[in-house]
Design a binder for this molecule. Structure first.
Ligand code: ARG
Ligand code: ZN
Length: 832
């Protein structure tokens, strides 16, 4: 295996050299691109040895202050001795962007050149100090064939452009803001362009440009609206203005992640830019707005103030996810927004904590940095910021942000610097709160009620079980938001391992709605009565509490079923659903969540050991119980909302249709055929697939025919192919379809990633056999994309004995001399 050495946070050392300016020249050719990099160096200490990172590069020449030098290589780094305190270093390298299927560094995507440098991709462009605490001013000259690549883009402002011999042309860009190399970007291609403008609060006119594939300009309109709204929102909410004359977004189809916040030139996965009613769902529209906002917000939280080292990734990502969540609740927010955020934590992040990749939001050890762009760093990181925001209040949090920028604008800093700014601006002590950055794992919060002589109170205790990376845990300060039904709300601040809270005198024991709004990323243990849970499910004022109460009822029920027993929770759950379906409709988004049967993945989180067959059967049984017992009332509600032209109604319709797919077979078919937009069409198709209806083949075929020219839509088709029952035996055929492409991570993630993450057929002998062939092939093409898919397999110890053996053999078989560093790190941890 290509092992990378493990790096530790504790070993951080300031760089031996600083680079104040970097002049880059790219002579773009499809397979032989030449990069000339001229750095202005100064010593940052006494060490005369400059050690530059580089990977997959062909070195052409090195000159120091105009004189050729012969460098040596040590542990993959280029080592140059620099005698003077400052010097000019010129390095010429050659790279092959067409052969770059890993999509890191400079590569070609669908006929255009583009870059991805975060985290450590710049070292695939030239030898450099590829670390975020080296900040330089960049000037970039891009040279390419004019007919093939009429648009030449890089960071900052355009300073010069012109014609060259042989049908070539050039453009020179200058970015006045010093930046780390992970924020460098270059794009060359032939795009359609959507333009607009924005005037900042202080009167600066900013040109806004979105570059998309030919013929798809109108599909960028929604992204443009989201961008303008984001710019305004950041001014209004945090007083943060944009700082260049233009802001560019390029949408590309080949991209490993969601998007990238390169200074002034964001590069996006096309699925987070392109949308119209016929091809994108309501959820797609919301995701686009959230990601556009996220990348734009990075201009301050990430770019103007960046990370000292990659262990601090949550400094920019946790904070920026929190900011995009705040934005989303203003832009398109519904009661389901927060419920979905909580679901990401409770299914994906809790699973990460329970497996071999457990790490604190500020990891202590990393081999391949790309493996740490995780739900822990991003989403749990955002939950930590959310708690801080709650603790300090809106004004206090804003004061902390203001101080953070005042102190650190233009610097590369740490998570501690951020929390210190928050503490100092508010004159509070946050030293215990910093535990959230150090400690991994999911705190289990146990709630006990005290009810004596009319006095009601709570005894709260917390305990974080040991994780694979960390045995010792301590208590963390956490906010426990509650509602006493009919008596109002409160937030209890739990500081210690155990604390008692008196909540007053009551005539009757009140009903407690716990963890309102998912106030802390914890697991709740609370032996509340089934009747109280049913009451919460129907009546709590907090949406998260209502959905959570339903889940807690179902958890009891499914636990009993797994033991071959019955449980009264079934009747209570059905009765509550009946009540919800027959009362006047007040919140369709929320009802859409309540009328979903939890996924097998969500159910896996309820138990330490995964009885996969039992969970699949339980889920089927829940679905059939709802159909049989509630068909009439659910169908009435379906009839009531199905033609309403409104987002919430569409969400509710889709949930109901999914529940009723089997008895409504013809209705599903009609809904699909008569769909007025993609939300309706995809909802009907997904319902057909979920119910494994006889007509699902015909509908999938129709869908493929209608949308064969739109790769983003075909990814929906590939996802359904990955999810459906009988997926495995159809894989060969699906992979031969023109919609599939081994080299494109959107395609492979849609089909193979979805299969691994959601399809129980993955966990069969045939499934493991198939993966043992597919994963090495994928890993050879794109290590990062492959590593991002295997998470569920790493949980192998939680499965039954037969699957444990099968998965262990699969994972061991993946460890070969050809395995990438990305996949190798995960396998090493999982098999330890
Ligand atoms: N900073 C980007 C974002 O959060 C993520 C890019 C990470 N890319 C990677 N290859 N690790 O928006
Ligand atoms: Zn980000």
């Amino acid at each position: 295996m290509a092992n990378k050495p493990v790096k530790r946070l504790a070993d951080y050392k300031a760089p031996a050299f600083l680079i104040s300016a970097l002049d880059l020249t790219f002579e773009l050719h499809d397979t032989q691109t030449r990069v000339t990099a001229v750095s202005t160096l100064t010593k940052n200490g006494t060490d005369p040895l400059l050690r530059l990172d580089g990977e997959q590069l062909e070195l052409v020449s090195v000159e120091l202050d105009g004189k050729a030098v012969t460098p040596r290589f040590e542990e993959g780094q280029l080592v140059i001795e620099v005698a003077k305190d400052s010097a000019t270093l010129k390095i010429v390298t050659q790279i092959d962007p067409t052969a770059n299927t890993a999509l890191e560094g400079l590569y070609r995507s669908g006929g255009a050149f583009c870059t991805q440098c975060e985290a450590e991709g710049f070292r695939r462009i030239t030898y450099f100090l590829d670390r975020p605490d080296v900040l330089a001013v960049y000037t970039t000259k891009v040279i390419a064939d004019k007919a093939q690549y009429p648009q030449l883009l890089s960071n900052g402002n355009l300073v010069e452009s012109g014609e060259l011999e042989g049908g070539r042309h050039f453009a020179t860009w200058h970015d006045p803001h010093p930046k780390p190399c992970y924020l460098f970007a270059l794009v060359a291609g032939d795009f359609d362009l959507l333009e607009d403008s924005f005037t900042t609060a202080s009167g600066r006119d900013v040109l806004l440009q979105i570059f998309v594939d030919k013929g798809r300009r109108v599909q960028a309109r929604h992204a443009m609206e989201a961008l303008k709204f984001s710019m305004k929102w950041d001014e209004d909410t945090y007083g943060l203005e944009y700082d260049l004359d233009r802001f560019m977004i390029v949408a590309v189809d080949f991209f490993n992640m969601g998007a990238m916040e390169n200074k002034g030139l964001n590069i996006f996965n096309a699925k987070y830019v392109l949308a119209d009613d016929d091809t994108a769902t309501d959820q797609d529209f919301d995701n686009i707005a959230a990601i556009i906002a996220h990348e734009y917000f990075h201009n301050w939280t990430g770019n103007r103030v960046t990370c000292r080292d990659w262990f601090q990734l949550s400094l920019k990502e946790g904070l920026t996810v929190f900011r995009d969540q705040q934005f989303s609740s203003d832009w398109a927010g519904s009661s389901a927004t927060r419920i979905k955020e909580a679901q990401v934590i409770r299914t994906l992040q809790f699973a990460e904590d329970a497996g071999p990749m457990s790490h604190p939001i500020r990891p202590l050890e990393v081999a391949e940095m790309n493996n740490f762009y995780t739900v822990t760093v991003y989403n749990k990181g955002a939950e930590v910021i959310r708690m801080l925001n709650g603790l300090l209040g809106k004004a206090g949090f804003r004061a902390g942000m203001d101080l953070y920028f005042k102190r650190h604008d233009g610097q590369a800093v740490t998570c501690d610097d951020f929390v210190d700014a928050m503490a100092d601006a508010n004159d509070v002590d946050l030293s215990r709160f910093k535990g959230w950055y150090r400690q991994s794992g999911t705190p289990v919060l146990t709630v006990r009620e005290i009810w004596e002589n009319g006095h009601y109170g709570l005894k709260l205790s917390q305990l974080t079980p040991p994780t694979s990376d960390q045995a010792e845990k301590g208590p963390l300060p956490l906010p426990f938001a509650i509602e006493l039904l009919g008596h109002g709300k409160d937030v209890l601040q739990l500081q210690d391992a155990e604390q008692t809270f008196a909540l007053g005198q009551f005539d009757e024991k009140p009903i407690l709605a716990p963890l309102c709004g998912f106030s802390a990323p914890v697991k709740l243990v609370f032996e509340q009565s089934d009747d109280e849970l049913a009451a919460l499910m129907e009546k709590a004022s907090d949406g998260f509490v209502r959905v959570d109460a339903a889940e807690r009822l179902l958890q009891r029920l499914v636990a009993a079923w797994l033991q071959g027993q019955e449980h009264p929770a079934l009747e209570l759950w059905l009765r509550s659903l009946h009540g919800i379906a027959t009362r006047p409709l007040t919140d369709a988004f929320l009802d859409a969540e309540l009328f979903k049967v939890p996924s097998v993945n969500a159910m896996q989180g309820w138990f330490e050991q995964i009885d996969l067959d039992g969970l699949v059967a339980a889920r089927q049984r829940l679905r059939s119980q709802v159909r049989e017992r509630l068909f009439a009332v659910l169908h009435d509600r379906y009839q009531m909302v199905k033609d309403v032209k409104e987002k919430g109604a569409r969400a509710l319709t889709n949930s109901l249709l999914t529940l009723l797919a089997e008895p409504l077979e013809q209705g599903v078919f009609d809904r699909y055929q008569q769909a007025r937009n993609m939300t309706e069409r995809q909802g009907a198709l997904a319902a057909a697939v979920a119910g494994d209806l006889a007509n699902s083949d015909a509908l999938l075929a129709d869908f493929a025919e209608r949308f064969e020219d739109n790769p983003q839509v075909m990814d929906k088709w590939l996802m359904l192919q990955g999810q459906r029952s009988g997926a495995l035996k159809r894989m060969g055929k699906v992979m031969e379809h023109s919609a599939f492409n081994w080299n494109n991570p959107n395609r492979t993630r849609a089909l193979i990633g979805t299969f691994i993450a959601t399809n129980p057929e993955c966990h069969t002998e045939a499934g493991y056999q198939w993966l043992s062939e597919v994963l090495p092939k994928l890993d050879a093409i794109n290590p990062q994309a492959t590593a991002r898919m295997v998470g569920p397999l790493l949980q192998w110890r939680r499965f039954d004995q037969k699957r444990r053996q099968g998965l262990e053999a699969l994972l061991k078989g993946l460890q070969t001399p050809h395995t990438s560093a990305d996949l190798g790190e995960l396998l090493g941890k999982a098999l330890k």
